[in-house]
Design a protein around this ligand. Structure first.
Ligand code: GTP
Ligand code: MG
Length: 195
């Protein structure tokens, strides 16, 4: 897909702040620091549209990016960051679940897991929720550049075993691995949504 424009539209801290133009949305989900903002930037070929940081838990709002004036990328806050307060943690669950359960324009969820580790219990919970609720989704195993191809293969098979209902692909925001395949999936999801 050719990206002609990509712009940050807004950060939403509650439902009344969500966009209202009903364009299809691709949501990015995963634990804090897994590489959501980096993946968004890498898909769009923009260096710093979505803010990345070495401070996990930085993205606390739902951030909407309008792509080509046609659809949104939605960067959800990362979960599982131990240092945020308990009330913030339950806010995460509420905010994300509210968005995921009620958003009619949700065309595809991209769930990110770290390719170097087995999925965490929160990764599995989220995945089970997506499967149980029939949400179209795909797993991107991030930071694939940090593993040798042999280790990556082993790691992917562990992730596939742990998340057996889902398609898993390796992704690297550094090398662009997985970029074309992920765009294909996004294109298909947007196509289905339009029908
Ligand atoms: P929160 O917004 O805090 O939830 O984090 P996030 O999931 O948006 O992660 P972010 O994109 O900010 O990346 C976290 C750290 O991982 C940064 O230091 C990135 O540079 C690094 N990182 C992200 N993706 C990759 C990747 O594919 N390869 C490598 N080597 N590093 C990556
Ligand atoms: Mg982020």
């Amino acid at each position: 897909m050719k990206i002609t424009s990509a712009e940050f539209v807004k950060s939403a801290f509650e439902r009344s702040h969500w966009t209202t133009d009903r364009l299809p949305e691709i949501a990015f989900l995963g634990r804090s620091n897994v590489g959501k903002s980096s993946l968004i930037n890498s898909l769009l070929g923009r260096r710093a549209l979505a803010r990345t940081s070495n401070t996990p838990g930085r993205t606390q709002s739902i951030n909407f990016f309008l792509i080509n004036g046609e659809f949104y990328f939605v960067d959800l806050p990362g979960y599982g960051y131990a240092k945020v307060s308990k009330s913030m943690r339950s806010d995460w669950g509420q905010m994300a679940e509210e968005y995921l359960s009620h958003r009619e324009s949700l065309a595809l969820c991209i769930q990110l897991v770290d390719s170097r580790h087995a999925p965490t219990s929160l990764d599995k919970q989220l995945n089970e929720w997506l499967v149980f609720n029939d949400k179209p989704h795909i797993i991107a195993a991030t930071k694939a550049d940090k593993l040798s191809s042999n280790k990556l293969r082993k790691s992917l098979s562990i992730i596939e075993d742990e998340l057996p209902e889902s398609t898993v692909i390796a992704y690297s925001s550094v090398t662009g691995k997985g970029h074309d395949f992920l765009w294909e999936q996004i294109g298909k999801a947007l196509g289905h949504f339009a029908k």
